[in-house]
Write a protein that binds this ligand. Structure first.
Ligand code: PMP
Length: 426
């Protein structure tokens, strides 16, 4: 097949005309399809409905009435469940509320407001006119970038490789600039690229020299057990950091949002013991405690890590046909055209597509007009600014399979149409 990038002008014009006809046909159908956010479909949520009947008990293992006030950092059996699942010492863990993003925002806000371990509050730099900076491996999770923007933290885009952030660049930047205070990481099945960090990346992150003493790795392991095609292992970052006496560099986040119910799950934060002590002190001014009924509910439902892993297998079965659909449609419509590249993830929630430079925004706009909502182009980069305007995040979980099929046909058509326009304008 001749790559469309090699078409002559006349060939391109004829091709555009046929695409446009097809596109108008879709527009007339008045479809309304949503591939914008990583929301589970109701069929996935149904798999956790038993949770709604729980808890059966009222008391936690240590005799505490879960309906009442008490316990800032989580009931012991819930800590144990996550401790066994993630191989993190329970003493290094705080069970939070329903959202890990909330824990991330609070962690960042505390660092801005109070600083950590005697270092200057990060907001003070801002007030002096030299705001602190964060490294943002991109394409990445838009809500991480929103936290930085909201708190006045400057973002530095760092490219992602097959093995995680480009560590040569990360080390170079972090070792030289004391205003660089941390890095965002989604280490397994990353949002949106599906990248899994190698052991070497983990080791380099915890062992590298940083000019800032209070450098923090925001380790958002949101998809840590979300394997769809293949189980990928991830080096235990807290354990790795321990060997360098550096556990407080790591702030580890996890939640059951994409396991049970988003918005009604259980989230956690783990770190070195000094950090945990400091965080608990601040947190005790913020809340008397989080939702222990929900913690007990989750423990009763899953019982042990095997219970969680078995549940993840059921979820993977729900998701696999949808990911198959996305990749097969990309193959069918775009393979060999020279118009797009994509990664086939092993797990997680997204497929990341890269168009020709300058075509992502237009493809997303065209799709929207034909009734298919995608994540806004640019959202996967700091400040919503994809420098090459190439990256589009596809979230296949929410639509049912038929809708997804139609949405992907339209999406691929819009990529072709946007590319043809760009090629003709060259
Ligand atoms: N981190 C990442 C990488 C995510 O993709 C998401 C959900 N889209 C979250 C965090 C949000 O997690 P939570 O519901 O626990 O706040």
């Amino acid at each position: 097949m001749k790559s469309i990038t090699d078409y002559t002008k006349d060939e391109l014009l004829a091709y555009q005309e046929s695409l446009q006809k097809e596109y108008e046909g879709y527009k007339e159908k008045g479809l309304k399809l949503d591939m914008s956010r990583g929301k589970p479909a109701s069929s996935q949520l149904d798999l956790s409905n038993e949770l709604l009947k729980k808890p059966e008990g009222l008391y936690s293992e240590n005799g505490l009435d879960v309906r009442n006030y008490g316990v800032l950092d989580g009931i012991p059996e819930c800590k144990k469940l996550f401790s066994d699942l993630l191989d993190i010492d329970a003493a290094q863990m705080i069970i939070g509320g329903n959202s890990s993003l909330n824990l991330m925002y609070d962690a960042m806000a505390r660092l801005c407001l109070f600083g950590t371990q005697g270092e200057k509050p990060w907001k003070a730099y801002d007030l002096e006119g030299t705001p602190v900076k964060f490294l943002c491996p991109s394409p990445g999770y838009d809500r991480h970038f929103t936290i930085c923007e909201a708190l006045g933290i400057e973002m530095i885009t760092v490219p992602l490789t097959e093995n995680g952030p480009d560590m040569d660049i990360v080390e170079e930047l972090a070792s030289k600039d004391p205003l660089i205070k941390g890095i965002w990481c989604v280490p397994l099945h990353s949002n949106p690229e599906g990248i899994c960090y190698s052991d070497e990346t983990v080791d380099r992150l915890v062992s590298m020299k940083t000019a800032a003493k209070d450098f923090r790795i925001f380790w958002d392991n949101a998809y840590g057990i979300h394997h769809i095609y293949e189980e990928v292992s991830l080096k235990n970052i807290l354990e790795a950091a321990r060997t360098y006496n550096n556990e407080d560099r790591v702030l580890y986040f996890f939640s059951t949002s994409k396991i049970t119910f988003p918005g009604s799950g259980v989230a956690l934060l783990a770190s070195g013991l000094e950090n945990i002590k400091e965080i608990k002190k601040h947190m005790s001014a913020q809340t008397i405690g989080h939702d222990k009924i929900n913690q007990l509910r989750h423990v009763e439902y899953f019982k042990n890590p095997e219970g969680v892993k078995n549940h993840m297998k059921l979820l993977a079965e729900e998701l696999r046909p949808k990911f198959d659909m996305v990749t097969s449609k990309l193959e069918e419509h775009l393979s060999g055209t020279g118009l797009a590249t994509w990664r086939s993830p092993k797990g997680g929630y997204f497929v990341s597509v890269n168009t020709l430079p300058g075509c992502a925004k237009e493809a997303v706009r065209l799709a929207k007009e034909a009734g298919v909502t995608l994540t806004g182009a640019g959202a996967t980069y700091p400040y919503g600014n994809d420098p090459e305007d190439r990256n589009i995040r596809i979230a296949p979980s929410y639509p049912v399979l038929d809708e997804l099929e139609a949405a992907m046909d339209i999406f691929c058509l819009c990529v072709k149409l946007a590319s043809t326009k760009a090629l003709l304008n060259k």
